[in-house]
Design a protein around this ligand. Structure first.
Ligand code: CAA
Ligand code: NAD
Length: 300
């Protein structure tokens, strides 16, 4: 558990405004917890429809949180949702959203696309702005290779669903300053997360352990050793975890799973990360899991 180990006179950068780039599964969750914590947040995505989708999902999830917190008090529920939603803005243009204390990137898991975005953010954002990536597996040093403000840059790896999962992996790149690292740890705490510190290693802590397990579950199913349902029931009931590996893969997004495996294979050379034909087939057919309506399972 993270404990404060710096004096109150540390040159901490207090985060009041946040921009989240990418309003998909992760970006919308990050924006939600930020707004819930009383900070102003702007979500940037490519098209207005994607932003509308993000806002709808945030509205639904804020209502869930409010109902849980305020039970049957309709007025309080409405106030909570309105209040948090009022702190969320949207934009389709990165240029219009760089005025923030912290910018968190949560776009597609592709190195070159992320690099391009960070180079642009580095040029456009105010001097004091801290840049962070929510990458799940790519080296944060590689993503930030082209930026100048390497001392004001780090990894903030959230878990899906962001409003529920309590962990935040804070990743230290080679050049992050202590002040930036401490600011990120403090900010993570301010949005309700327990922060752990990770080095810039493939998959950091959670995905380094989750990805091999998940890959082996897919291979077990691919070989026909057991049905998808039986694999998931086995792991849920046998280990006492909330989701089995195949339903969790669908929940994460199968395109993201492929991207993670590719990075892990490239960086570690471990055969457990080799491509899984069945997984690639599903992705090529557009079956990306829950977000597209079908993956290992079908969804309404
Ligand atoms: N926003 C706010 N609250 C939410 C929510 C959301 N998006 N989703 C669920 N909840 C809340 C619900 O309101 C509910 O609250 P109560 O218990 O107080 O009623 C609680 O969470 C449980 O939700 P449900 O009853 O709807 O459903 P569930 O019991 O099946 O739980 C789950 C859903 C929380 C997703 C659970 O199945 C779970 O924890 N699954 C595992 C998720 C996981 O392992 N995530 C990590 C993936 S790895 C990763 O993210 C890293 C990476 O890089 C790939
Ligand atoms: P997603 O597909 O749900 O959302 C990505 C969003 O980014 C889309 O809405 C897309 O339109 C948008 N986007 C793509 N390029 C963009 C650009 N140049 N500018 C603005 N928006 C752009 O993906 P996701 O699951 O939210 O994953 C996002 C990132 O978070 C990835 O790096 C992923 O590895 C990481 N991550 C995912 C999970 C997970 O469980 N899904 C967990 C932790 C971290």
């Amino acid at each position: 558990i993270f404990t404060r180990n710096f004096s109150s006179s540390s040159p901490l950068n207090v985060i009041k405004t946040v921009t989240v780039i990418g309003g998909g599964l992760m970006g919308s969750g990050i924006a939600q917890v930020t707004a819930q914590a009383g900070q102003n947040v702007t979500i940037v995505d490519l098209q207005p429809e994607l932003l509308e989708k993000a806002q709808k999902s945030i509205q639904n999830n804020l209502t869930r949180v409010a109902k849980k917190t305020f039970k049957d008090d309709a007025a309080k529920i409405e106030n909570f949702v309105k209040d948090a939603a009022s702190r969320i803005k949207t934009s389709t243009k990165v240029e219009d959203a760089v005025n923030a204390d912290l910018i968190i990137e949560a776009i597609v898991e592709k190195l070159d696309v992320k690099q391009q975005l960070f180079n642009k953010l580095d040029q456009l954002a105010p001097e004091h702005t801290i840049l962070a990536t929510n990458t799940s597996s790519i080296s944060i040093n590689a993503i930030g290779a082209g930026i100048k403000r390497k001392d004001r840059y780090g990894g903030l790896h959230f878990f899906n669903p962001v409003p529920v999962m309590r962990l935040l992996e804070v990743i230290r790149g080679d050049h992050i300053s202590d002040a930036t690292y401490q600011t990120l740890m403090e900010w993570g705490k301010s949005v309700g997360k327990t922060c752990i510190t990770c080095k810039d290693t493939p998959g950091f802590v959670v995905n380094r352990l989750l990805a091999p397990y998940s890959a082996e579950a897919m291979r077990l199913y691919e070989r026909g050793d057991a049905s998808a349902q039986d694999i998931d029931v086995a792991l849920k009931l046998g280990l006492g975890i909330p989701m089995g590996p195949l339903e969790l893969a669908d929940f994460t997004g199968l395109d993201t799973k492929v991207a993670i495996l590719n990075v892990m294979l490239e960086k570690t050379g471990h055969p457990v990360f080799k491509p899984i034909p069945l997984l690639n087939k599903l992705v090529n057919e557009g079956k990306l899991g829950r977000k597209s309506g079908e993956g290992f399972y079908k969804y309404d």
